[in-house]
Design a protein around this ligand. Structure first.
Ligand SMILES: Cc1cc2nc3c(=O)[nH]c(=O)nc-3n(C[C@H](O)[C@H](O)[C@H](O)COP(=O)(O)OP(=O)(O)OC[C@H]3O[C@@H](n4cnc5c(N)ncnc54)[C@H](O)[C@@H]3O)c2cc1C
Length: 369
């Protein structure tokens, strides 16, 4: 199979590179920074399309396909590299703390169910039985059983190791420019010179829309949406699964951290963690469980979600022969990694992708002139 260049070593770029290398392609991944350290590292690792209120049917179907693909994906990486990404199928608890939220639980449950979630309403006692750490003023919850979470930092390490094992080369270099004429791609230019390639995949996350050298006909609209998060050190077994309330979520990690996320701020490529961001997350978290206020704050960080113009990722070929895009996964890029990797690699290899990518055609972008 052909030589492929992937620009961007996030979960999306590494996932595609790995699937291509397994198919016998010679793959080089270019990144200006350390692999799997941008949004793919900063994310919460929730595999939770229903809780994220994805309602677009095409996107929901893609998310559901990726959720189904996750166990085999993580197991394959674990067998190959020894790194376990700690996939946990513990479901999500949406907790109500006031009368209005409690009255809305049945409707919320029904809405989740319409989208494919396996959801049930829990009364106060059943909610506390599931999560004893919740504050005493909890009124009830909706439990979504068919959602999961994964340690995305471990997943990044596993994927990079699997790529290396499968023969993928990683090049760390800034200033990557696409080289293409009006019809087809010729390769890339970096600070080390020109490199010819018949196939180039733009997997540059929040920066994908600004990749230099892309002809107008193949441009996509991706903008950064910052998310700030923090982590507390909690006793082992403190929470059982994902907990949501008022757009704030708690995500347990096997290493004893409890992640609390996330803000959503449109302020260009700014990854500062602000006092306001931390304060707003902690205000909700301490309402969910006042005891959280007694634990150590061990980490704060921020990352950039890559948002497309219509909420769907751009996946597949462009008007420029040999130039493909896999970007714009917004809030669900960790969830969408297996299906994106398998589908885009299949497309490049001339196989039938496991899912229909028509709705994600990059040529729909308003920027494509
Ligand atoms: C706070 C937060 C919480 C999130 N929570 C979740 C969640 O719970 N579940 C979920 O599914 N998703 C979540 N997401 C979204 C998810 O993290 C992203 O959708 C996903 O990681 C995007 O992956 P990516 O590989 O496209 O981008 P990234 O991981 O950002 O990787 C892009 C890479 O491209 C490189 N790059 C960019 N431009 C160039 C260039 N010109 N030359 C060379 N290299 C370049 C960058 O250095 C970077 O390494 C969250 C995101 C954030 C910020």
């Amino acid at each position: 199979m052909q030589d492929v260049v992937v620009i961007g070593a996030g979960l999306i770029g590494c996932g595609i590179a790995y699937e291509l290398a397994k198919r016998g392609a010679s793959v080089t991944v270019y990144d200006r920074a350390e692999p799997a350290r941008a949004a793919s590292w900063a994310g919460a690792g929730m595999l939770a399309p229903y809780s994220e209120e994805v309602v677009d049917p095409a996107l929901l179907a893609l998310c559901a396909a990726s959720l189904r693909a996750y166990p085999a994906f993580v197991e394959e990486l674990r067998e190959r590299t020894g790194v376990d990404a700690q996939l946990r199928h513990e479901g999500t608890l949406h907790v109500a703390f006031d009368d209005a939220a409690a009255r809305g639980l049945a409707a919320q449950c029904e809405a989740f169910g319409r989208n494919g979630a396996v959801a049930t309403v829990l009364d106060r006692d059943a909610t506390l039985a599931r999560e004893p750490m919740l504050g005493g003023n909890v009124r009830g919850a909706v439990y979504v059983a068919n959602e999961a979470h994964v340690d995305n930092r471990r997943l990044g390490r596993a994927l990079v190791a699997a790529c290396t094992d499968a023969g993928v080369r990683f090049e760390r270099t800034g200033g990557v420019v696409l080289e293409a004429d009006a019809r087809r791609v010729r390769g890339i230019r970096t600070e080390h010179g020109f490199l010819a390639a018949a196939t180039v995949v733009n997997a540059a996350g929040a920066w994908a829309g600004g990749l230099p050298g892309v002809p107008a006909a193949a441009r996509i609209a991706v903008r950064p949406v910052a998310g700030e998060m923090l982590a507390l050190a909690v006793p082992k077994g403190f929470t059982r699964g994902l907990v949501w309330s008022n757009h704030v979520y708690l995500v347990p990690r096997d290493d004893g951290r409890l992640l609390i996320g996330a803000t959503s701020v449109e302020r260009e490529f700014d990854v500062r963690v602000t006092a306001q961001g931390v304060a707003s997350l902690l205000a909700v978290a301490l309402r969910i469980a006042p005891v959280l206020g007694t634990f150590a704050l061990v980490e704060t960080w921020a990352g950039l979600r890559p948002a497309s113009h219509d909420g769907r990722p751009y996946l597949g070929r462009t008007h420029i022969d040999g130039y493909l895009v896999a970007a714009g996964h917004y809030r669900n890029g960790i969830l969408l990694t297996p299906v994106t990797a398998q589908a885009v690699a299949a497309l490049i290899a001339g196989e039938r992708p496991p899912v229909d990518l028509a709705a994600f055609n990059p040529q729909r972008a308003p920027e494509a002139a």
